[in-house]
Ligand binder design. Sequence first.
Ligand SMILES: C[S@@+](CC[C@H](N)C(=O)[O-])C[C@H]1O[C@@H](n2cnc3c(N)ncnc32)[C@H](O)[C@@H]1O
Length: 478
Amino acid sequence: MRRDLGDFQTPPGLVSAVLDRLDSLGISHPRVLEPTCGRGHFLAGLLDRPGPPREIFGFEIQSDHLEAARRATSAAMVRVVLEQADLFATDLGTIAWRTDGPLLVVGNPPWVTTADLGRLESQNGPIRIVVEGMTGLDARTGRSNFDLAEAVWHKLLTELNEPDATIAMLCKLSTARSVLRWAVTTARPVASATIHRLDAHRWFGAAVGACLFVVRLGSVRSCDRVDVYPDLVSDTPETTIGVVDGLLVADLAAFERTSHAFGQSRLVWRQGVKHDAASVMELTEIDGTLRNGHGEVVDIEPEHIFPLRKGVDLAGRSVTSRGRSVIVTQRRLGEDTTALSGRSPRLWAYLNRHADIFKARKSKVYAGHVPFAMFGVGDYTFASHKVAIPGLHKGVPFQAIGTEGGRPVLLDDTCYFLPCETALEADRLAGLLNGPEAQSLIAALRFPDAKRSITKAILQRIDLDRLKGAVELGGPGS
Ligand SMILES: C[S@@+](CC[C@H](N)C(=O)[O-])C[C@H]1O[C@@H](n2cnc3c(N)ncnc32)[C@H](O)[C@@H]1O
């Protein structure tokens, strides 16, 4: 199995459950496309059912899988064209169909993210091309978790020029949601769509939210609401998700009841500091001395050391939050760090002793930046008061944070915060954000199963001025 090709063949039992679901939706089609057909489980499943398609096209990059797919479909009495091809190098608009009528695109495109591919250091040529092709988007959206399946959806929704087509593919829930948002914001011709959850652990041994995402093409503008069903058999949706003003909304019914404060925040939410060199940059006070993650005693100019709270500290799940601090190499984004050699020679020597750790930082954001660069630095970082929330932990209230030992407390990049000028302002903001209006709005917007369930995009859409009891707001860099 090629992990870098997102290679989880769909078990026949799941194929059957998916095809039953499509039958019950009244979806039957003379033409079928399986964009990444693997060993042909979907195609064999379709051919085994009453009223099979009249013509099938399939693409697969791996020759042994393709051979298996050919064997699985060899007894078919209909035209089956299976090609060894890289889907991303294939123009789907030029497929030479001989049959007319509605098209069904069915399958299970690769479940692998650009971040996974980076970790796997895939040498696979076509995949590498796709990843390179996605770098621009990655850079624009700041996302390193763009899924190859998402690229397949984009390709289908861009290249299929079919007035009557249904796309029904297995994918992560997060992929389906991103595709929905993208389809709405780029006005893809989606007439309607449904999401049917499935148990990825049962079928693939994968601990991830997964679904059958069914999209019917048709109208000129994309539909912006999607019913979500709890499983493949249920006919009653558990919720309706949607896209409102460019933002994905987890529960449209709840949103419609609580959208009073939905708008644009006048204040800019910030993310905490990012450095990707925790073993050198984060320090713990042990018996009165500061030590780094390697256990070394760190003796540098104290003005570069700030108290640090991580998301796990705000969530109350850490015993070591007191005494945790972080080294700051820049006061603003892009500041020239070489000036530290004269101004702070002990810090400069310390950083250079650990230069290999900074050079090994994998994230692309550091490329082309000065040595020892950080992100999330600006006036706002050093505000003496903040109201903060962790992005990765659920059910944690907004917290007012003040100074410690006369120094501003910094947050890590799993946290979001608003800088405040006074303790009173931070308290009031925390009160407003923890109040019923803001909390119900956040509950309607956030996806509880998402890894980062609180995002900057959500926070930025809370119009604090519309919350009851709003006060004069402002703060450094806000
Ligand atoms: C999740 S598996 C699913 C296979 C099959 N659709 C099924 O449902 O059983 C994804 C398949 O995509 C194939 N694949 C990955 N990248 C591809 C590409 N660029 N072009 C064509 N096939 C690709 C893999 O080899 C693998 O067989």
